[in-house]
Write a protein that binds this ligand. Structure first.
Ligand SMILES: C[S@@+](CC[C@H](N)C(=O)[O-])C[C@H]1O[C@@H](n2cnc3c(N)ncnc32)[C@H](O)[C@@H]1O
Length: 249
């Protein structure tokens, strides 16, 4: 992780040196509305289709399974599970495998084409999909007891509206597995490929606390990733109870 430098008001803290110079500025170049439309087209098109291939080549398909399991992000006992920005259903697949048989899974994504790809992959009556934007979720407060949000938050110029929505739709005591591109050299290179931003770990932790999400524990894909600080920010967060956070339940 690189220590951040001051940015102009409204801009996220920027990493120093090569990392900062490499990071994509795409999310900050235009209005959020225009950026979202650009991202929807990006994932609807060839880049979105390519995620199935890159997932296998980079090992992410298999690595996802190392997180959603016993001893990892454990969804046993959770009855309403959300895959936020589910893409082609990479995490949904493992959530279905480990969730209780009577648990239901909901997935949403900005890209209708990614949802088609997820449906084609999962073929399960236990999953429902809807097109939605992370910053305006069509769910009532406290709907989900477990949420996975993988590599989506980096597509928001400002993480707070998305984090607020995730916290709002999570039941008190619920848990969230959040995966984000980090402000490292490899993270900055990924941000170029996927036209997204990166996050500074300490800054993100503060933002999560501000919306009542407690940074429970950091996870890594493997010891190798932990040792080399690779693979991005992967964290399990718990929603504070109303009495402790001052947030409505
Ligand atoms: C890198 S992919 C990750 C997909 C999946 N979570 C995974 O880990 O395989 C990012 C996904 O986020 C979606 N996305 C980007 N911005 C979004 C937004 N504002 N609301 C909902 N989904 C969004 C994209 O359409 C894309 O499917």
């Amino acid at each position: 992780m690189t220590s951040p430098i001051e940015s102009p008001p409204g801009q996220p803290p920027r990493a120093r040196g090569l990392t900062g110079a490499l990071e994509s500025r795409e999310p900050h170049r235009r209005s959020f509305k225009e950026y979202k439309s650009f991202i929807r087209k990006h994932y609807d098109g060839f880049a979105g289709a390519l995620t199935a291939v890159t997932g296998v080549l980079t090992g992410h398909e298999a690595l996802a399974g190392r997180l959603i399991r016993l001893g990892g992000f454990d969804v046993r006992g959770c009855k309403h599970i959300l895959d936020a920005g589910c893409g082609n259903g990479r995490y949904s697949r493992f959530l279905l495998r480990h969730a209780d048989p009577d648990a239901v899974l909901t997935g949403f994504d900005l890209s209708p084409k990614m949802l088609q790809r997820a449906r084609a992959r999962l073929k399960s009556p236990r999953v429902s999909h809807v097109v939605a934007d992370l910053t305006r979720l069509p769910y009532a407060d406290g709907t989900f007891d477990a949420i996975v949000c993988g590599w989506v938050l980096e597509h928001l110029p400002d993480p707070l509206p998305g984090l607020r929505e995730l916290s709002r739709v999570m039941a008190p005591g619920g848990k969230l597995l959040l995966l984000c591109t980090e402000d490292t050299l490899t993270g900055a290179m990924c941000s170029r490929l996927w036209h997204c931003r990166t996050y500074n770990r300490d800054d993100l932790r503060q933002k999560c606390a501000a919306v009542g999400l407690r940074w429970q524990r950091e996870l890594w894909f493997s010891r190798f990733h932990r040792w080399l600080k690779l693979g991005g920010i992967i964290v399990e967060l718990h929603k504070e109870s109303a009495s402790r956070s001052g947030f409505p339940a």
